[in-house]
Design a protein around this ligand. Structure first.
Ligand code: MG
Length: 270
């Protein structure tokens, strides 16, 4: 397995955030220069995160404070995709029980849904939740056994975070763990996981690019979400080795990225 970089420019460049553009509070190597160079070259840059623990506005602020000025409209999260998806699936004002964090709750409330803390909900929304506990599991369990719909924001097993004392990259258990807890304790299966690589997210991002899929490249640090989504959408799929995936995992996977990058600097054609 060797590194491969694009020999052409694309019209739109879509980036995952955690492990791709930054890790913790720091930009990853060459991320800032690459984004600046792409924009200077007239290319569209968009950001697509499966992590719904921040709102679009918060992600925009974070990128801007790291030296990459970005408007909220250029950011899509699995929370934003979930809100749009639920508007099509449920009645306006439907009651939701959300196993997730503040930003997701805000996004769903802003979309007109009513958040409840009991099993009378019409749908259980599983997500990345660092406040997950037995009470939440019990409510989700009761609601699913009573027939509530069952959706989840993203399929990620863990979210990459900086390692302790500068060691190997660490992680926080993500939405896959919450889905698994609900499925393991009930006879229910999650009906839809809307984040990358799902169709719902592909449609949301293509609507923003203003470009044909073949003129877009999706770059991320995960094969099964970022790269798979790009390839499924008919885009180029670039894997960057700055986050959750190492070279050994690339060799072992059936997902074949169009490009394997050392870091985002490799996206710029020579
Ligand atoms: Mg990532």
């Amino acid at each position: 397995m060797t590194f491969t970089r694009p020999e052409r420019w694309y019209d739109a460049y879509i980036f995952d955030l955690d492990g791709t553009v930054y890790l913790g509070g720091r930009l990853l190597p060459h991320a800032g220069e690459t984004l600046t160079a792409l924009r200077a070259n007239g290319r569209r840059t968009l950001f697509l995160s499966n992590n719904p623990t921040h709102t679009r506005a918060e992600y925009a602020e974070r990128l801007t404070s790291l030296g990459v000025p970005t408007p909220p409209a250029d950011i899509v999260t699995s929370g934003v995709v979930m809100a749009d998806f639920l508007k099509r699936e449920l009645e306006p004002g439907a009651r939701l029980f959300v196993i997730g964090e503040r930003a997701l709750e805000e996004t769903l409330r802003d979309a007109g849904f009513v958040l409840v803390e009991d099993a009378t909900c019409e749908a259980v929304i599983a997500s990345f939740d660092r406040g997950f506990n037995y009470r939440k599991l019990q409510i989700g369990f009761d609601a699913l056994r009573a027939g509530a719909r069952f959706f989840a924001t993203n399929p990620d097993k863990y979210c990459p975070v900086p390692g302790v004392d500068g060691g190997a990259i660490g992680g926080q258990p993500d939405c896959a763990a919450i889905i698994a807890a609900l499925e393991a304790s009930t006879d229910r299966r999650c009906e839809a996981v809307v984040g990358k690589p799902a169709r719902q997210t592909i449609d949301a991002i293509l609507a923003l690019t203003g470009a044909a899929a073949g003129d877009c490249v999706m770059t991320g640090d995960r094969l099964e979400t970022d790269v798979a989504m790009g390839l499924n959408a008919g885009m180029a799929g670039a894997l960057t080795l700055t986050g959750a995936t190492g070279l050994a995992a690339v060799a072992a996977s059936t997902i074949r990225p169009t490009y394997v990058l050392r870091d985002l600097g490799d996206l710029i054609p020579r």
